[in-house]
Design a protein around this ligand. Structure first.
Ligand code: 0X9
Ligand code: ZN
Length: 442
């Protein structure tokens, strides 16, 4: 009798657990891959009766994340942000204040392919290796350094007679200084893949033969992995700072006018724009520096997102650079070409005035040191309302295609204006030498 009752109880328990399991599994299964959670922002509004009334008037009034005495915090999707704006609600973006809000959610989505069509470190490494294996005569894979956590910082060199360092102009395309800017990995990587896969096209053939094209799609592998696995909004590298906080902003760690003021970068380790304890204190920026010093680079593009803008030095000052006219013309030409592909207009101009002041960024350093055109391209979208750091997977190809035209044009310009004798001036050479010895001492 007792046995039967026990068996019955066990049967019901099993039934309850398996139904629960099915319920949870079907919930997870039903979550769209481009999940609402992957696109949300946290915002805050002033807690006024007027604002509360507007929120209450929405057909689906939003739930509050939290309330303080004077503000309310909400989770909102891009289309909700648009409707808040049109309703006249003035909000502040607060996502970065809530690091712990996402980890478990992100982990959950990783299980079902959290980075979708975007490359993780492993996926990218695999594809870069395969490309170099498939096109050994024009494509070489090189480890230019290691990240703080020991990941390889990989470069593809694309050129004819790729094993030789020929007296040809070199070009550098960089991606992902900032972890959360996933699209900035894709554009340079797609560019590299396009060049090798289309070598039989006359234009590509000519460019690859006459130039040495270096592609480093993932400058900050530790940050990217952290952004995929734990916190989608992570920006910096994963340095454990002296105060227990994490991360140095790699785009504030280069050694030209490093830390010249506290507006363009921060001395505070927990800041999103922390410049690190010294110029080139980070292995990731040192890897880029060392590559740059080895070859006669004629132009550089560092991809970032978002804003849809082409920026050129200076970032550290609003004073114009000597070569303002050249930089302005080249940026204008790139913008025109980009527009012709998908109708997307990229604004362009001097970084400090178009966006904001920065010091220690890649392009100021390259221009300051070698006097070459160096651009930061902030990829689409234009603003947070169009998705911010979250580009649809289907946008990768279109964003790449418009950037391809611009990159090819810059390479063409560099080839036509290359004078093999002295890509660097004497002064620049001296500053490079002093830079190297200063870093050796550290
Ligand atoms: O702040 C940066 O490092 C870049 N923007 S991002 O949103 N991708 O972080 C801009 C660097 C360009 N330089 C200046 N605006 N001065
Ligand atoms: Zn960036």
């Amino acid at each position: 009798m007792k046995d039967r009752a026990e068996r019955k109880a066990k049967f019901y328990l099993a039934l309850i657990f398996s139904s629960l399991f099915l319920l949870v599994a079907s919930f997870l299964w039903s979550l769209p891959s481009d999940s609402i959670w992957a696109r949300v922002e946290i915002i805050s509004l002033e807690k006024t009766p007027a604002n509360l009334a507007i929120l209450a008037s929405f057909s689906e009034p939003p739930d509050f994340l939290l309330e303080t005495s004077d503000r309310i915090y909400l989770v909102a999707r891009p289309q909700e942000l648009t409707s808040f704006q049109s309703a006249g609600l003035f909000y502040r973006l607060e996502t970065s204040l809530f690091p712990p809000a996402r980890p478990r959610l992100s982990e959950l989505f990783l299980a079902s392919g959290g980075n979708g069509a975007y490359h993780s470190y492993q996926e990218l490494t695999h594809e870069m290796k395969s490309l170099a294996e498939k096109f050994p005569f024009i494509c070489r894979l090189e480890e230019i350094g290691r990240s703080l956590e020991g990941r390889s910082i990989l470069a593809l060199k694309i050129s004819d007679r790729v094993e030789l360092d020929e007296a040809e102009p070199a070009f550098l395309f960089l991606g992902c200084h900032h972890a959360r800017e996933w699209i900035s990995v894709e554009v340079p990587f797609y560019l590299g893949r396009y060049l090798v896969e289309n070598y039989n096209q006359p234009l590509i053939h000519q460019l690859v033969n006459e130039a040495q094209i270096w592609i480093v799609p993932l400058v900050n592998p530790d940050g990217l992995e952290y952004s995929i696995k734990f916190y989608r909004y992570w920006r910096k590298n994963r340095r454990l700072n002296s105060d227990g906080s994490f991360g140095v902003d790699l785009n504030r760690n280069y050694g030209f006018k490093w830390g010249v003021d506290n507006r363009g970068s921060s001395p505070n380790p927990s800041s999103e724009t922390y410049r690190g304890p010294a110029p080139f204190s980070e292995p990731e920026t040192r890897a880029v520096r060392d590559l740059f010093l080895k070859y006669p680079f004629q132009a550089l593009i560092s991809y970032h997102s978002y804003s849809q803008i082409i920026l050129f030095p200076w970032g550290y000052t609003t004073a114009p650079p000597d070569k303002y006219q050249l930089l302005f013309t080249l940026a204008g030409k790139m913008s025109e070409l980009m527009l012709s592909v998908n109708g997307r207009r990229y604004a362009y101009g001097q970084a400090s005035t178009m966006l904001y002041l920065t010091n220690g960024d890649t392009t100021d350093w390259a221009y300051g040191l070698a006097g070459i055109p160096a651009f930061t391209i902030e990829l689409p979208p234009v603003d947070i309302l169009q998705g911010g750091f979250f580009n649809a997977e289907s946008d990768i190809q279109t964003v790449f295609e418009e950037n391809l035209k611009a990159a090819l044009d810059l390479i063409q310009w560099g080839i036509s204006n290359y004078h093999s004798s002295a890509p660097l001036t004497r002064n620049n050479k001296e500053s490079i030498i002093s830079l190297i010895s200063r870093n050796k001492k550290r």
